[in-house]
Design a protein around this ligand. Structure first.
Ligand SMILES: [Zn+2]
Length: 123
């Protein structure tokens, strides 16, 4: 019998699979049963409900051509508790804009997607 998607994820996350890490990008199901995409704070584990003060960190020492770096997300509260944004971090709003730009998601494409997400995601 085939594993469910959850069982597959649990197997991947099992000890002995060092290449698998927790993903801060998740879906949180709201009170109406609607999955909502969210970012989870890697420091407190809470959902980042507001970008304000949020930051993204990564291993700046690992910035070598062709390298793949795993970012760490911190909510505004955790960033403030740690003394503010450390050098080399990126504000969450700038990171999201940078991401959208790097996958060639133009304003026109976003506008088109906005029309269809309202019908498919019941926003
Ligand atoms: Zn936090």
């Amino acid at each position: 019998m085939a594993n469910t998607a959850r069982e597959d994820l649990e197997l991947l996350a099992a000890p002995g699979h060092p290449n698998v890490i927790a993903m801060p990008l998740v879906f949180q199901v709201d009170s109406q049963g609607q999955p909502r995409p969210k970012l989870r704070c890697d420091a407190c584990g809470g959902m980042i409900e507001d970008y304000t003060g949020g930051i993204v960190l990564w291993d700046r020492q690992g910035e070598t051509p062709g390298g793949v770096l795993e970012p760490t997300f911190h909510c505004g509260g955790c960033a403030a508790k740690a003394g503010g944004a450390p050098p080399g971090s990126m504000p969450l709003d700038l990171f999201m804009l940078y991401l959208v730009n790097n996958i060639h998601l133009s304003p026109g494409v976003l506008e088109q997607a906005g029309g269809s997400v309202k019908t498919t995601a019941n926003l």
